[in-house]
Design a protein around this ligand. Sequence first.
Ligand code: 5GP
Ligand code: SF4
Ligand code: MG
Length: 460
Amino acid sequence: CAVFGVYSPGEDVAKLTYFGLYALQHRGQESAGIATFNPDGVRLHKDMGLVARVFDEESLLQLPGNYAVGHTRYSTTGSSLIANAQPVVVPSRIGSIALAHNGNLVNAPDLKRTLEKDDYELISTTDSEMIAVAIAQELESGKDWLDAAKSAFNRCQGAYSLVIGTPEGLMGVRDPHGIRPLVIGTFGSDSQHYVLASETAGLDIIGADYLRDVEPGEMVWITEKGLASFHWSTKPEPKLCVFEMIYFSRPDSMVNQESLYSYRLRLGQQLAQESYVEADSVIPVPDSGVPAAIGFSHQSGITFEEGLIKNRYVGRTFIQPTQSMREAGIRMKLNPLKDVISGKRIIMVDDSIVRGTTSRKIVQALRDAGATEVHMRISSPPVTHPCFYGIDTDSQDQLIAATKSVDEIAAQIGVDSLAYLSWEGMLKATRENPDHFCSACFTGDYPIEIPDQVKQSKLL
Ligand code: 5GP
Ligand code: SF4
Ligand code: MG
């Protein structure tokens, strides 16, 4: 999912949020929504579908306000329903809360029980609504916004980057591990206008300057007095999702002072060092495999070529909910260039293999186009474990690498050779402390404990 927030009295905050969500569309294509706050209260518009379908000039005009909260969704928990679209707006003792969530709580069943015991009604089937309701519940005892929010966050376990609007101001929060990203930007002559966004690409589009990340376990509170920061968690332990770096975030988003394009280029270089093979061309699986393929080509000296052309107007296949849609999706999506591929030994580079279904089809398409050899190189390690923190990598039985060896996978997807990047290589290329990343889908080493009942739902 994408979260976005803007605090900018006097500006058209709904429109700024619209553009922010537009830049973050890749993070979720199922539903989109914007809530705006003004002294009269909160306004909300949300619906199923892409940002450009959900909003038009007309609906944005109905959203006046001094600050706004926006969201695009792809479901990891809860079904694909309008009731589950965000922001979620819930009433409280001292006014409405509008909340946008990226991530996934691992203790949702427990949290739900404590809320229902107090007769709080949940409208949706999402963990996100539970966070908003927990804040409302904490407010009942007379706490103010900050204390109620802190108490509520301490009841939440898992991944959550949040943007929350209240009648008093705008809040940005990251869980103590900072699994999902969240950045702060400023704009305006006095730099007193603030933006919160899942990625820096959401700042660029409205001309905001990157200020800094919201830190793991930090909460920023933006009001007419400016931006205040609170560290509400006793032991923050950074564990940014490495899959954001490899695949999920935009290549033009910045993490640790550099673009993810540059990081992905290094993954490709590292991959070529680890698993060089003689061939005529390196071709990427577009778009996600492009930076790594360029890096592979630079390092190996083998010519980079486009061999598969993508229809830009087809969404990411994995976001569509059903397997049959997914399978139909791939045929709409990529078309091989016969005259480039025919008679050549091809190294095909992609960022990851999840189920193996798309890879298999692409390999077949390359062979049909006349490739004499197809070698697949993957710029991340085998995905062996499901994600419980907000990326939809499926239950373990769907993951091809959970039960098959690299040789067996190679046979199943029909390549002449297959190699994955090493786990060490993936982390080395970050040029950061490797302990500061979550890489559980490659190792099964989950940094936040997952309750057994939740684990059983997705593990073999
Ligand atoms: P597969 O061969 O596993 O069906 O598809 C691999 C492709 O899926 C890669 O190009 C990769 O970019 C993309 N992908 C990356 N992350 C995810 C994810 O979280 N879920 C799914 N299903 N596909 C993903
Ligand atoms: Fe990211 Fe994988 Fe960790 Fe999930 S398990 S947060 S996808 S690194
Ligand atoms: Mg891809």
